[in-house]
Design a protein around this ligand. Sequence first.
Ligand code: ADP
Ligand code: ADP
Ligand code: ZN
Length: 214
Amino acid sequence: MRVILLGPPGAGKGTQAAGIVEKYSIPHISTGDIFRKNIKEGTALGTKAKDYMNKGLLVPDELVVEIVKDRLQEDDCKNGFLLDGFPRTVNQAEALNDSLGEMNVSLDKVINVDVDKEILIERAVGRRICKECGATFHVKFNPSKEEGICDQCAEKLYQRADDTEETVSKRIEVYLNQTQPLIDYYQDRNILVTIDGQQEIKKVFDEIVVALGA
Ligand code: ADP
Ligand code: ADP
Ligand code: ZN
């Protein structure tokens, strides 16, 4: 199963990714997670990406594409993968096509998680993430049992530096200009399925499973 999760910031991609990769036993490849890990570890890549991320801008294509290309060559991607947050520009989508072509594989589905703009800001600003395992919660919509503590590993939850109202607004604008064109791009290739992301988390998941046909 080779799948892309598409959708604006706060749509629920990461939340749904957790369930999908478990169900289909495929790796979760989140370019945002890769950048955050690099920032935390102070790598050269992290240093290059940080300013763009904090401003709500996309990291330049050339930095992102190579990372994903390399990641897709790893053994655990042989039977499939779930891309979350990549591609985000038509240029990235074309580079992905080239890579997959070289590997003699193709995408099965692109799941477009659709959520109204007004809801996205509240979702992202209330988002809390586990420092240890990356599990995602929401202070109001999906609270952890104990405030500030992960249900799964009891570690502390944190708020992303770019989950402020101002930066999220910018990220939504960037999404509309640079990423939304991918909806038509994949629609034209007949692999796009749009899911209403404003339903409860479980319902969204069930509809994704139906769309993936398993
Ligand atoms: P993305 O990866 O698309 O940016 P997340 O999966 O991190 O989005 O979700 C953003 C926030 O919204 C998180 O705090 C998450 O708990 C919450 N959330 C995710 N899906 C839903 C949903 N269906 N209903 C309400 N809140 C949700
Ligand atoms: P969200 O789903 O909430 O937008 P992500 O974790 O996917 O957040 O991405 C966080 C930030 O990382 C983006 O705002 C952008 O700066 C950078 N980023 C992640 N993926 C990409 C990508 N494919 N291309 C360019 N920048 C990216
Ligand atoms: Zn945890």
